[in-house]
Design a protein around this ligand. Structure first.
Ligand code: LLP
Length: 453
């Protein structure tokens, strides 16, 4: 029963990224099953999966083809190591990934989570310069409010004070550039101002310290930092700057990859190829933990040497290249093609834009940002001045709590409501989800107004 499970959760389970005191006080949802875009808890309540189970679900839950791919693989083997040997689905998936990522990324290095894919990207970039005999390129450039995962290397290139400050003494230093955010723009009024201002800041750092910089790491849409898409063309300018100053460009597409922004990869919006690409989340359709760090043959070749040169990439996790995970990833990518899903997301996203209009007009909605099926709704105390709500009011949490009562599960980022439905969500489903969101925001922020008045 719910009570028994709740009690065992309280006694034995420490949930990730969760204040357990708050979680346990608020009748936590305990999920039992899911189907399509719906989740069902042990009490029998049903909800929309409004954030794709932390941004990763693609075709929905209990997808017959994906379920079958795992069962089929089980007839052969569940897992054997990829350290020093190969396996069938891992090799076939690597081939497939190379054909769908931006052109020029010829090699796939697996791991099991987005944070690990980032760790590997950092180590690869760092060691690349060492292996080539270039000294001193040991620093990383990142963006303010960046989020690349929760392991210590990934946190070192992270920049969200609330999450990262406490670990500061553990971290290696990185150089931080303002993210081009048109809504909170330190450089002026227009999108052009923020783009030029931020690029100038990047170039200044590159000019001064370029010979100490191994790589710059970026998210094409800043995710946990508040769902802020890079303005169009910005990433291409970064690509040019990185090339000009001999700095590797690492693009973290853990959140944006696999159709989320209306292209297979967000890099395609600007037509660029990074030196290193990190992917995870949607790679298995949201089924199993698989991640990958892709890179160019040029970087791979800097590690390819006789053993005694000690140029090996000394990194590998026990479960890396897991057969069940790779098998379901292959089937996921097959479904993408069969269903022409990326084009479909692009079309549905245009409709979704209209469904968000009523939300845009609410008096405490400061900004609605959207890239495909990646939406952030920033709630503010004052729309004219963009003044945030006081943190302790927990406005985002209260809106999410109201959404839950109305039948949708969301996880906000402070006062940015994250809305990231499964890519398979149909138009009428999106309509229902956005109307829940509208009602919850309207009610909760009105409450606030009346309380103040
Ligand atoms: N890189 C990006 C751009 C991500 O958005 C994430 C996770 C990762 C890397 C790490 O991937 P993972 O290790 O989780 O597979 N902690 C916040 C937001 C989490 C969003 C997940 N993104 C929260 O508590 O809601």
């Amino acid at each position: 029963t719910y009570e028994e499970l709740y009690e065992k959760n309280r006694r034995y389970l420490w949930n990730p990224f969760t204040q357990m005191k708050e979680y346990l006080a608020d009748e936590p949802v305990i999920i039992e099953s899911g189907y399509g875009c719906r989740l069902r808890d042990v009490k029998g309540n049903e909800y929309w999966d409004g954030v794709s189970s932390v941004w990763l679900n693609i075709h929905g839950h209990q997808v017959p083809e994906l379920d079958a791919a795992i069962r089929e693989q089980l007839n052969s083997i569940a897992h054997s190591t990829l350290l020093g040997m190969g396996n069938v689905p891992a090799i076939l998936l690597a081939e497939k990934l190379v054909t769908i990522v931006p052109r020029g990324l010829g090699k796939v290095f697996y791991s099991d989570s987005g944070a690990e894919a980032v760790e590997i990207a950092l180590k690869m970039a760092f060691q690349y310069w060492k292996n080539r005999g270039v000294d001193g390129k040991t620093t990383f450039v990142t963006m303010r409010e960046a989020y690349h995962g929760d392991t210590v290397g990934a946190v070192s290139v992270g920049s969200i004070d609330l999450f990262h400050q406490v670990y500061a003494p553990l971290l290696f230093p990185s150089l931080k550039i303002p993210f081009p955010n048109p809504y909170r723009n330190p450089y002026g009024e227009s999108v052009e101002d923020v783009v030029n201002g931020s690029l100038r800041a990047v170039e200044e750092v590159f000019q001064k310290q370029g010979d100490q910089i191994a790589a710059m790491i970026v998210e094409p849409v800043q995710g946990a930092g508040g769902m802020v898409p890079m303005p169009s063309g910005y990433l291409r300018e970064l690509r040019n700057l990185c090339s000009a100053y001999h700095i590797l460009l690492i693009v973290d597409e853990v959140a944006t990859g696999f159709g989320r922004t209306g292209k297979m990869f967000a890099c395609e919006h600007d037509g660029i190829t990074p030196d290193i690409l990190a992917v995870a989340k949607g790679i298995t359709g949201g089924y199993l933990p698989v991640a990958a760090t892709l890179t160019t043959d040029e970087i791979y070749d800097a590690f390819y040497a006789d053993y005694h040169e000690f140029k090996t990439l000394y990194h590998g996790h026990s479960y890396t290249g897991n057969q069940l995970g790779c098998a379901v990833a292959l089937e996921n990518l097959k479904l993408f093609e069969q269903r022409n899903l990326v084009a479909e997301v692009e079309q549905k996203a245009a409709e979704l834009h209209h469904y968000l209009d009523p939300i845009r007009s609410l008096s405490h909605v400061g900004d609605v940002r959207q890239s495909g099926f990646m939406v952030g709704i920033e709630l503010v105390a004052d729309k004219a001045t963009k003044q945030p709500f006081p943190l302790q009011q927990r406005t985002g949490v209260r809106v999410a709590r109201r959404c839950r009562e109305l039948g949708m599960l969301l996880r906000p980022l402070t006062d940015v409501m994250v809305f990231m439905p499964p890519l398979a969500a149909k138009l009428e489903e999106l309509k229902d989800m956005t109307s829940i969101l509208y009602q919850a925001i309207a009610e909760v922020t009105e409450d606030h107004q009346t309380r103040v008045a």
